[in-house]
Design a protein around this ligand. Structure first.
Ligand SMILES: [Zn+2]
Length: 284
């Protein structure tokens, strides 16, 4: 059985048979030799707001909200299954240099820098011993509903990773002016590095949208990985700047459905540009 299938079944078992899982966590698969020719099968979970729903939340916006209870259920499952959280640089080191990854492992990422991530997700991550990558668009730092610089620094101090999510969270594919496009990618990295005093190596495309020119600029800026939002869990050397994830992880059932979907999609060749409408509005 493949690593992915074991992971997917583990996920499914958590939610379909929680009583079974709590009695006997799934076995941790034995480590397999890692080489750069073997794709990594690593779920990259993508979260946005972490809070209770309110009556004002539309059905569309609820796709980008996970309740604290649902998030805790997922983290609890990952812990019980022996998952180790890794960073994007760990994934790059595996596919480029064959540096082994812990098995099973997961990347946890949270987009946009919402304050709810600091107040709610951060304590839960610490409670269960996980590290996560927070993708920040720099114009939002310190604004209402978003994290302050001090909060970002305390994430960093607690071992969390900070990645760039551009300056202003535009559709990068719609920016015609190359200098303006370049600023979104280059300046956001520089600003975060200046504010945090450490290298920022991961980028997440706003709305998951990119094209060849954008990917090229992300490489030139010195990032080592970039994540979209298109579904998938298989990551190879050629994918480091078009990494796929599992978006809209908003409920236990959704996780199972999306892992199933990812298993189907991973068998097909992925287009460079995600299909239109894959992420019509990341936040509302
Ligand atoms: Zn975003």
């Amino acid at each position: 059985m493949s690593r992915f299938k074991r992971a997917a079944i583990g996920f499914a078992a958590m939610f379909v048979f929680p009583a079974v899982l709590s009695a006997e966590p799934p076995p941790v698969p034995a480590a397999t030799p890692a080489t750069s020719t073997t794709p990594a099968m690593v779920p990259i979970l993508i979260y946005h707001s972490v809070r209770e729903y309110t009556p004002r939340d539309s059905a569309a916006s609820r796709r980008y909200i996970i309740t604290p209870r649902a998030l805790e259920a997922e983290l609890k499952f990952l812990k019980a299954g022996g998952y180790v959280s890794i960073g994007f640089d760990d994934l790059a080191a595996y596919v480029e240099k064959g540096r082994p990854l812990p098995e099973p492992c997961v990347i946890i990422s949270l987009d946009d820098g919402w304050e709810s991530q600091y107040k709610t997700a951060f304590p839960l991550l610490r409670k269960y011993g996980f590290r996560a990558t927070f993708f920040i668009f720099t114009n939002a730092i310190g604004k209402k509903h978003f994290m302050s610089l001090a909060e970002l620094r305390s994430l960093r101090d607690a071992g969390m990773w900070i990645g760039s999510h551009s300056l202003s969270h535009p559709y990068l594919t719609r920016i015609k002016n190359r200098a303006a496009l370049r600023r979104q990618i280059f300046d956001s990295k520089r600003i975060l590095e200046e504010k945090l005093g450490e290298p920022v190596t991961a980028f997440a495309y706003p709305f998951g949208q990119y094209n060849k020119e954008i990917v090229s600029l992300v490489r030139q800026a010195g990032y080592t990985t970039a994540r979209g939002t298109y579904f998938g869990v298989r990551h190879s050397r050629g994918d480091l700047f078009t990494l796929t994830g599992l978006i809209n992880v908003t409920s236990s059932a959704k996780v199972v459905a999306e892992l199933d979907q990812a298993a189907k999609i991973e068998k097909r060749e992925r287009p460079l540009v995600p299909p239109p409408g894959i992420d019509p509005g990341e936040y509302n």
